[in-house]
Design a protein around this ligand. Structure first.
Ligand code: PMP
Length: 359
């Protein structure tokens, strides 16, 4: 794709900025500009531009409204300790975006071009990157089918955009282990389905289980496999790891869980640290047994939002189990420190995971 990015920027006096002390939480505040391009059958991707953030006008018959032909990604730009702006493994997000596109019968994008667009947009919006450790500028690329047609088939036209949102530190008072509800009533994804795709429908389908879990005082849901309701899959928007006495394990990628980039990074680092690491099936019974016997030392989720999220409590079949006395374990802490150290630039980047955004 040999595309240029047209710049249609707001004059400086019309730009807003990140006010010091502003509480922005997660995903409610958006920057001044967005990247945007369109696809039409026969024309390929065209009209790439960075323009003021604005509403999108679509035909009510647009495919996305009716049949959810849509995919997205999520990554962050970090303001480093040296003042340089870093992206963490953005090439992996681009590869996953195209994996999602193929599965949803959507056109692929030129990964290098979209990465260039992300860097350009982030550099234009660099003043929106919060400086507080733990905070970042969240980057949300999204594609959707826009053809006005009620027949069920892949859309002939698409839009792709990237929006940016400053996000606050996930952990305000240090690491707080979360409480997880193991559901054996609902499932997230079936074999052969779209569980490994970042598509909106997966998240819509998860709402009821997470609302019910929240009412009971749990932060997120731990999903079990759809066939036997027995094997652990993933948690809300995170992959899950169990640190048993003799091994660190995480569910294998069998197509029904999202291949997390944080998950992959944790696997790579812990193998290099000499831990016995395995990707395999893990039954919920093994986890509960491990808690009862003391064989399970730690449990934590991994994902772009929280990086590492220790799990202190698991509720399953009416019982609540406590893991590591509800405390953050040393492995979760070490992984958190190492990963955030790489992301904010105060630790070396031995794997070449960081890409810089030039101002
Ligand atoms: N599982 C799901 C369902 C997710 O939405 C996410 C967040 N992208 C993850 C796992 C973690 O993936 P990553 O480490 O790439 O953020």
């Amino acid at each position: 794709m040999d595309l240029d990015i047209e710049l249609r920027l707001l004059p400086p006096e019309k730009r807003r900025s990140l006010k010091p002390g502003l509480e922005f939480g997660f995903g409610r505040l958006f920057t001044d500009h967005m990247f945007y391009m369109e696809y039409d059958k026969g024309l390929e991707w065209h009209g790439a531009c960075i323009k003021p953030y604005e509403a999108i006008c679509l035909d009510p018959a647009a495919v996305v409204f009716h049949y959810s032909q849509t995919i997205f990604e999520g990554l962050k730009a970090y303001y480093g300790v040296d003042g340089r702006i870093r992206l963490f493994r953005p090439d992996q997000n681009m590869a996953r975006l195209n994996h999602s596109a193929r599965r949803m019968c959507m056109p692929e994008v030129d990964e290098a071009f979209v990465l260039k667009a992300i860097k350009k947009l982030v550099s234009i919006e660099k003043d929106w990157i919060p400086r507080e450790r733990g905070s970042a500028l969240y980057i949300r690329p999204l594609m959707m089918g826009t053809e006005a047609f009620l027949g069920v088939k892949p859309s002939d036209s698409y839009i792709f955009f990237i929006i940016l949102s400053p996000v606050g530190a996930y952990y305000r008072e240090g690491f707080n282990p979360i409480k997880i509800f193991v559901t054996d009533k609902y499932v997230r994804a079936v074999p052969g389905g779209v569980g490994d795709v970042k598509t909106g429908g997966n998240y819509a389908a998860s709402l009821m289980a997470s609302e019910e879990a929240k009412k009971l005082g749990y932060t997120q849901v731990l999903w079990l496999d759809a066939l036997e309701h027995r094997y652990v899959e993933e948690v809300g928007t995170m992959n899950i790891f169990f640190y048993f006495e003799d091994e660190l394990v995480t569910p294998k990628l069998t197509g029904s869980i999202l291949p997390g980039i944080t998950r992959d990074s944790v696997l790579r680092m812990t193998k290099d640290w000499g831990l016995p690491v395995k990707e395999r099936r893990i039954s919920i019974d093994e986890v509960i047994e491990g808690i009862k016997s003391g064989r399970l030392k730690e449990c934590f989720g991994t994902g772009t939002a929280a990086v590492i999220s220790p799990v202190g409590w698991l509720a399953y079949k009416g019982e609540e189990y406590i893991i590591n006395n509800g405390q953050t374990g040393p492995l979760a802490k070490r992984l958190f420190d190492e990963l955030t150290g790489i992301q904010y630039g105060d630790r070396p980047d031995p794997y070449g995971w960081i890409q810089f955004v030039e101002p």
